[in-house]
Design a protein around this ligand. Structure first.
Ligand code: DLL
Length: 433
């Protein structure tokens, strides 16, 4: 079901007219209220009135995560604090958290976009949503929560963790939609199995998964294990939270970006030049309706590509390709660029291994080394050592063939890799220690 037919299926021309109007209004506002933007624009020698077409957006300087850090905590807010009704923050791996704020109208917009997203992912008013995204400073839990209420579905605000209790709730309350990170979903599946609960006997129809990269093969693994249709949802705190883009369950082929609220661009991360549709690069977003915390040409570091082709679902909004990784997650192993999700894709093709893995990067004698730890099933681990070694060699060869990088594969005992209750930690980079 399309939650907002008028806006979600709007013809391109009308959509672009709205985008331009909203962009100009946003630029005028940030110029007048956020000293950071005023200074940036002045340094670049432009004023908002010079942005007369959508293409002119390229004249505006980028905003980076460092800019947000420099203005920690509230320096980028465009409204006085008495208009801010909510604050979220995302921790990241280094430095201070990124702090974001919302006015009451921003919460309304976010709820609408999450209601649209849940609908695109298969939810209706009649559904019960088991929401295992964490509630708190993380935007996942509350984002889904408000969207579900706006849609009129029933939400179970279970949050992350306390996994056994989650399985009991699934059995007793009969939820039909699961929302969680893909890695926590696998953990839920594992604990259900330990408790003798089969997903076949639960009522789930759809799962709406995101907040971390996951591969197409991981989708298949989850769909098979949980007997559901799994869709990919994308978002980031800086731009709003979850619900910036989502796949429709009809096509499951790229995530529709809510272009009536965000302008998306793809740039070459090295040169900053805008790239045409279809080319892979870094996603950049400009929010065009947010009040408390507008972002102008925000560099996400997420890697994707845009596809403007019409979709079978009827939505007219451009689709972004599933995020393959972040520019800062890319490992360079002896000159070869590798994203954890590419290793994941190779691993998921191998029947004998479980979908739990971790990459360890180190430096020995000035050379980078990559080790891939991956779990095998109980029956295999008690198998002959020789068989395990052969399997390790085979996986190593597959990785070398497909990605061109040498990796030492180590099969580990079931349940030895730490399970996540939110975003999984896929890489341990000892070079940084
Ligand atoms: O992860 C918001 C969210 C919550 C999205 C629930 C989807 C579901 P942050 O904690 O600020 O916000 O992290 C944002 O997570 O820049 C991406 O690198 C990554 N990310 C989010 N969704 C996806 C996805 C939330 N579907 C950062 N695929 C983003 C790949 C994703 N990476």
């Amino acid at each position: 079901m399309i939650f907002n037919i008028e806006y979600e299926t709007m013809p391109r021309e009308a959509l672009e007219a709205i985008q331009l109007r909203r962009l100009q209004a946003t630029l005028n506002r940030v110029y007048a209220t956020v000293p950071f933007y005023q200074k940036k624009f002045e340094e670049a020698g432009i004023t908002p009135s010079e942005i007369r077409s959508l293409a002119d957006i390229q004249k505006i300087p980028f905003t980076t995560k460092q800019d947000l850090r420099d203005n920690y905590p509230f320096g980028m807010f465009a409204v006085p604090m008495d208009n801010v009704v909510r604050i979220h923050a995302s921790s990241g791996t280094t430095g201070k958290p990124t702090v974001v704020g919302y006015t009451a109208r921003d919460i309304g917009t976010w709820s609408e976009l999450m209601a649209r997203s849940l609908s695109a992912g298969g939810a209706t008013r009649g559904d019960i949503i088991h929401n295992a995204y964490g509630y708190g400073l993380f935007t996942g839990g509350l984002g889904v929560h408000y969207g579900a209420e706006k849609l009129g579905a029933s939400i179970i605000p279970v949050s992350g963790g306390n996994t056994k209790r989650q399985i009991i709730i699934m059995k007793d309350f009969g939820p039909t939609i699961l929302t969680a990170t893909p890695s926590y979903t696998l953990h839920l599946a594992e604990v259900a199995e330990e408790m003798g609960v089969s997903f076949k006997d639960l009522k789930f129809k759809y799962g709406i998964f995101g907040a971390e990269p996951w591969s197409e093969s991981m989708r298949q693994e989850i769909e098979n294990k949980l007997k559901i249709i799994a869709v990919d949802i994308y978002g980031l705190s800086e731009v709003m939270g979850p619900g910036v883009a989502i796949e429709c369950h009809e096509a499951k082929a790229g995530l529709h970006i809510y272009e009536d609220h965000f302008i998306a661009e793809i740039i070459d991360p090295k040169t900053g030049k805008a790239l045409p549709y279809g080319e892979t690069g870094e996603l950049v977003f400009t929010s065009i309706t947010k009040e408390a915390f507008p972002v102008i040409r925000y560099r996400t570091r997420d890697i994707s590509a845009l596809n403007p082709e019409p979709c079978i679902c009827g939505r007219s909004h451009v689709r972004m390709k599933r995020v393959s990784g972040r520019t800062d997650d890319m490992l360079i192993i002896r000159g070869v660029n590798v994203f954890p999700s590419q290793i994941e894709s190779v691993l998921m093709q191998i029947d004998e291994v479980e979908p739990h893995y971790q990459l360890v990067v180190d430096r020995k004698d000035n050379l980078d080394t990559l080790s891939v730890l991956v779990e095998v099933g109980e029956h295999l681990f008690s198998d002959e050592v020789r068989n395990l070694q052969n399997l390790e060699k085979k996986i190593s060869k597959d990785i070398k063939e497909i990605l061109g990088v040498s990796a030492a594969v180590k099969l580990v005992e079931p349940k030895t890799i730490v399970r996540s209750e939110g975003k999984a930690i896929r890489v341990i980079d000892n070079r940084k220690l």
